[in-house]
Design a protein around this ligand. Sequence first.
Ligand SMILES: *[C@@H]1O[C@H](CO)[C@@H](O)[C@H](O)[C@H]1NC(C)=O
Ligand SMILES: *[C@@H]1O[C@H](CO)[C@@H](O)[C@H](O)[C@H]1NC(C)=O
Ligand SMILES: *[C@@H]1O[C@H](CO)[C@@H](O)[C@H](O)[C@H]1NC(C)=O
Ligand SMILES: *[C@@H]1O[C@H](CO)[C@@H](O)[C@H](O)[C@H]1NC(C)=O
Length: 380
Amino acid sequence: MIAKLAVLVAFVAAATATPAPKPGKDGRYTISSRGIKAQFIPYGATLTNLFVKDKYGKDVDVVLGYDDVDYYPVDPSHPVYNAIPGRYVNRIGGANYTIDGELYLTEKNDGDNTLHSGTNNWSFRDWEVSHFTKDSITFSILDASNSSQGMLGDVYASVTYSVKGSTWKISMEATSPEAKTPLMLTQHTYFNLDAYKNPDTGKIWNHTLYMPYSQKYLVADDSAVPTGEIAVAEPGSINDFASQRDIQLGHASDDPAFPGNCGAGGACEGYNGYWLIEDAPKDAVVLSLVSTFSGISADLKTDQLGVVIYSCNWFDGSQSLKRTQGLEGRTTVDRSSCVAIEAHDYVNGINEPQWGRKEAQLTGPGETYKWESAWTFGLT
Ligand SMILES: *[C@@H]1O[C@H](CO)[C@@H](O)[C@H](O)[C@H]1NC(C)=O
Ligand SMILES: *[C@@H]1O[C@H](CO)[C@@H](O)[C@H](O)[C@H]1NC(C)=O
Ligand SMILES: *[C@@H]1O[C@H](CO)[C@@H](O)[C@H](O)[C@H]1NC(C)=O
Ligand SMILES: *[C@@H]1O[C@H](CO)[C@@H](O)[C@H](O)[C@H]1NC(C)=O
């Protein structure tokens, strides 16, 4: 109780140390550096716009989002655009888990499974702006015990976004003072490095992806829940992005397995899986996403053990592009036109103790979870 009070006091103090920051006229909080302009809203601690320079020196908005900040909370399809889902991202297979032999039932909001903690996930909440300067912003949230069904103990979390030169850094912390609880976070960033302006293609398939430390991936079932098996992607095979630098996301589009490679009984084309990051030297770039059209490269460093790659199969053109994106005649987010890249620990690791990640995915009582990633943008 005392520990809880101390955390609460520290949390409130952090949140009230400076007068409540205000967004700009467009409803966004803007931070910038020499190479980057990034904009955010408290809803979901969401990144709405990320401008970096293309090969002509022009500013390109490389992430998905909406022009109207008021649309985020009412968007019926809510694709978790560049938000922070929590307190436990991705799927909980069978919507249950155990801690020390005790069974917890979570909400089935994705077939028989739980996705992003259920319908009260953090990406649907208004976070507090607790710190704001010209190159950094911090959002905070108190997640009350059981506010997502079956996840007990209050959690105090914050995310700090900062920019410096051409690097966008993301740091998260979450403390669970009173209970042992599942905690696994990510920044759910959706990219199209061409801002949908490549006249030759509106698809993501010509972006290249290089993950030199990610030969292995989690085999998943039709509903994208890992089966427990860890497989090796042989060079040239459908899930190989490790063997060479210039592998296009569509490299296996002629493979008969491509249309069902992300499950859904063959209805999901491309990728919605988890790749392990193994034996990466400290501070190594573990992932590079590149488009030769814009010439933009995005290099990821992270302290996480793997990354989800989702090639936007479930978009169907019902979402509008921002004014900063698209072409005449191309104004919507179409199927397979973007890629979400989400660094986090092994999917559903709380239910697969043989991976040795279960205890690491449980935090508390009195412990703090930490997460850090950085994207550096450059030119090819
Ligand atoms: C827990 O999930 C597993 C699948 O991972 C399922 O087989 C089992 O029936 C579920 N248990 C309960 C009590 O819901
Ligand atoms: C997150 O919560 C919202 C609001 O309750 C819900 O509509 C949405 O389906 C949830 N997202 C996911 C991925 O379950
Ligand atoms: C958690 O909330 C659910 C409803 O969402 C309720 O059925 C359950 O009893 C609650 N559990 C605890 C321990 O409060
Ligand atoms: C773009 O990707 C498609 C699908 O993989 C491929 O057929 C095409 O050759 C690629 N175009 C270029 C210019 O690389």
